[in-house]
Write a protein that binds this ligand. Sequence first.
Ligand SMILES: [Zn+2]
Length: 539
Amino acid sequence: MRRLRLMMTSLCAFAALASLAFAQGGSQPSTGNTTWRAVHLMASGREDLPLLKRAIDEGMKPLGVNVVVLEVNYRFEYQSHPELREGGGMNKDDARDLAAFCRDRGIRLIPMFNCLGHQSWAKDTAPLLKKYPQFDETPDVPADNKGIYCRSWCPLHPEVNGVVFALIHELIDAFAADAFHVGMDEVFLIASDQCKRCKGKDPAELFARAVNDLHGHLVGSKKLPMLMWGDRLLDGKSTKYGKWEASENGTAPAIDRVPKDIIMCDWHYELREHYPSVEIFQAKGFRVLPSSWNNPKAALAFLEDARRVNKGLVIGHMGTTWVGLASFCKALLDPKAEVPKTKGRNAGPQGAAEALRVCMKAMRQPSASNQTLPPKGQWTSLIRGKDLSGWTPKIKGFDLGENYMSTFRAEDGMIKVAYDRYPKFEGNFGHLFYKHPFSKYKLRVEYRFVGEQVPGGPGWAFRNSGVMIHCQPPETMGKDQEFPVSIEVQFLGGSGRGTRPTGNVCTPGTNIVMDGKLITQHCIESKSKTFDGDQWVTV
Ligand SMILES: [Zn+2]
């Protein structure tokens, strides 16, 4: 193969690859084949729960769906604010039960509460602004919402977060959630002249303020990953997305004022040749979850385009539904089911179900640009340099495919393993697995170590990485397994003092035979010289 260049910064442990690969540094890369196989559903009444469970078992699970984002909003029997309940919603026991049902099937259930915007729909105003009209950003808009799209709450009202955070807290608790989606799409009413607090202020500053308040609560206090829709952070003109899928109301500069660990649900529903936002979010350092809707052709085009430009931060794909839960479930269970069409909205529930089928199936295939095995007798590069397609991360404590903190990255024509976003290393050993196994091969790797070790990394893991050969398949690793069973070709960097050879052999979970003798010692040193500093080393 040509050159595999690996650079490890702030390294910690190693990496492995199935069959042949290299990896290293404590975490893994994410790949073009992502991991989040997600669907966004609108919560409805309790009476739909049996149908939802059936659709999960017979529709979603067979497609490989592993994440359900459930938009709850006010359809829940809130205890902290019973005045904000919308009738017929789930109660805490229902939520517990549904979350356990999903968990048993390997599906992560992420609740969602639409924040800031979308506080009304057509003539109906949602409970928050009905019960607390003082939170309304546009109090002069008539009660029937004539002339506007949706109401917003005021991000500067001193009491609004207290109420909203209590609702969010209840949802997190009821669903035993390990992540939360805050919505935030299509906020058109912001910095309104009708609001004495916001009048004349910068819409981007106000939007960023709302995002940062939520982030402080969810990520800062509760330590949960936060998801949001990305449209308000994109410039509608330069991206040519327009004012719906992107912003033409001054909020876009907020993209540089919000934390980079937010997962951006980047929604686009129309067929386009290219979807520039995937690169924009990645360039800013965000993880991206491309989200499509009910046009199967458009959904597939978006999925493939995102895979093509994936630099390791595209975490999967999400199908949205935007119809009643029961209608979608029926359409998913039966492509011929008669379900109400949504006026003027493409193919309705059947379209959303078909788009989800098409996308989830496409995700089982290697990316179109990356389908061939290396030709016999020729060197072939296993890395593309500009993205991580072909590679899948597995980091201890995370699901296969989740590239926590973007530990693995494709930059400057090489794969980098970096722990620079970790506040502290907590045993997050990671490995990057190549998509194909190899049985007869020569592997050439160029690597180097740079930077300081992440705080909390064990002493033995200083400048320590490697290639795991004869490795167990990543799908068979436990979530909390530190290393795959494998034979490691260990790379060590010098510490500047004494000898520290590289190209050693270590044997996580197994043993080797050398010279006819079983060796049970974990690592055996090579006779190589010591490579101090940041120099490139070829193995
Ligand atoms: Zn305001």
